[in-house]
Design a protein around this ligand. Structure first.
Ligand code: ITT
Length: 214
């Protein structure tokens, strides 16, 4: 994916970071969030990794750790994996770690949103609290991954609004903005999102890794 290659970074001297996700929405956000690091961001397809890591665990932390280790071993590269989810208090924290497969393995974002809204029928506004959580795992091959987390609190809207973002963004209402996440353009989402908060912490770690090899 040539869009990932920053021509300002010479091939010989670069450090590479594998962005180990199959989710194009995440990939786009992470590419922007990490764009000021002197790292070449590599896509799974770019290096021919077609395998999809299972997500067998019951927590975002364990799944992120597992994905980062899986892809770091296969690529031999520094690897970033992101496991994220929407936790809705009125649904006991669901869909949570099951956010991607909440409406079945082949469901679309629209189907997942419809399922959430159906389960939330009759739940009044004060009880519609929710949060997006993102756990990023950074792995160097042969070493245990380092984890960082970001979280954003909000409410589940009564109906979808907005065209930006992906996943559950159209029904995640942020009171400080008076908008859903999908009503925020990428630059604004990347100021405040769960992923932005985790990515800022991940950037700090990557800077120390780069200092280690200087
Ligand atoms: P990878 O494992 O390949 O990274 P995935 O989509 O399977 O991709 P997850 O297992 O972490 O990723 O699933 C997270 C799901 O949570 C994702 O599919 C979306 O439905 C939702 N999600 C995560 N981040 C989101 C965001 O920023 N906005 C809206 N929905 C989000």
């Amino acid at each position: 994916m040539s869009a990932w290659v920053n021509p300002a970074i010479p091939l010989k001297s670069e450090r590479q970071l594998l962005i180990a996700t199959h989710n194009p929405g995440k990939r786009k956000e992470l590419a922007t969030l990490l764009s000021d690091l002197p790292l070449r961001l590599i896509d799974l397809l770019e290096i021919g990794i077609l395998e999809v890591a299972e997500e067998p665990y019951g927590s975002l932390e364990d799944n992120a750790r597992w994905k980062a280790t899986f892809y770091a071993e296969r690529s031999g590269l520094w690897t970033l994996a992101d496991d994220s989810g929407l936790e809705i208090d009125a649904l006991g924290g669901a869909p949570g770690v099951h956010s991607a497969r909440f409406a079945g393995p082949n469901a679309s974002d629209e189907m997942r949103i419809r399922k959430v809204l159906e389960l939330m029928v009759g739940i009044p506004w004060p009880q519609r609290t929710a949060r997006f959580r993102c756990v990023i795992a950074l792995a160097r091959p042969g070493e245990p991954p380092v984890l960082v987390e970001g979280c954003l609190e909000g409410y589940i809207a009564f109906e979808p609004r907005g065209v930006h973002g992906f996943g559950y963004d159209p029904i995640f209402y942020i009171p400080e903005f008076g908008k859903t996440m999908a009503e925020l353009p990428l630059e604004e989402k990347n100021q405040i999102s769960h992923r932005a908060r985790a990515a800022r912490k991940a950037s700090q770690i990557l800077k120390t890794w780069m200092a280690d090899i200087d």
